[in-house]
Design a protein around this ligand. Sequence first.
Ligand SMILES: [Zn+2]
Length: 279
Amino acid sequence: MNHRDKQRFMPEGPSIVILKEAVQEFKGQKLIEIGGNTKIELPDLVGQPVIDFKSWGKHFLICFSKYTIRIHFMLFGSYRINEKKETAPRLSLRFPNGELNFYACSVKLLDDDPDKIYDWTADVMNKSWNPRKAGTKLKKIPNTMACDALLDQSIFSGVGNIIKNEVLFRIRVHPESRIGKLSPKKLSALVREARDYSFDFLEWKKAYVLKKHWLIHTKKTCPRCALPVIKKYTGKTKRRSFFCTNCQMLYRGSKIGPSKKRSLSHSKRRSSKLKNQPS
Ligand SMILES: [Zn+2]
């Protein structure tokens, strides 16, 4: 079995929202002890209360008055609330009413206001999420594949690989479609579903029924067509894509809109030439 197929905790935006909700009991609590094997130098935060917990996509933020600790779970990170794992925590925070432990994650200290660092309008789970801005960003990357665009955290902060696969299945778009080839209607469906599916993900994950609702991710058969699902590491991000070539259309055809004609005419000629070559 390919090592990449193994189960692991790879949080997407909704999982960080769940964490944020789960640690609300520590909001306003003063820190009693801070530890862990993180290599970064942490300021003396003992005695200071947590002002807020925030999330931006896959980033989890623990906010104190002057500093913010940023946790990024990367590929193998995890956390425990009021319990410990056998391995040493990367960061451990103790409060009068309990403790918070983080493992195998990246810890960073932000010395500026998170509002100055983060664009909340790019976070699909945030109340400030701005779909129009996402649409504008997408129009600037016509040659990017849909699978890569959805994983671009500066456009869809919080979207991970599961959400990517399920969104593309919902809107019937092949992961290797070029963003510039999608119709305005498909583009807005992509933007809309990136958020809508994330909220479905949140609801299902909370009820422990997320996997049950996967329609294409890790599936062998397309539920719409009863045909075999293709599994391929697609795009520049090279993450696993699961898709059905029968109901998910590949948009990369030769039809070019007037505004893009000049910049794309050359690549169009090349791709039509390539198409005629035996593969
Ligand atoms: Zn299908």
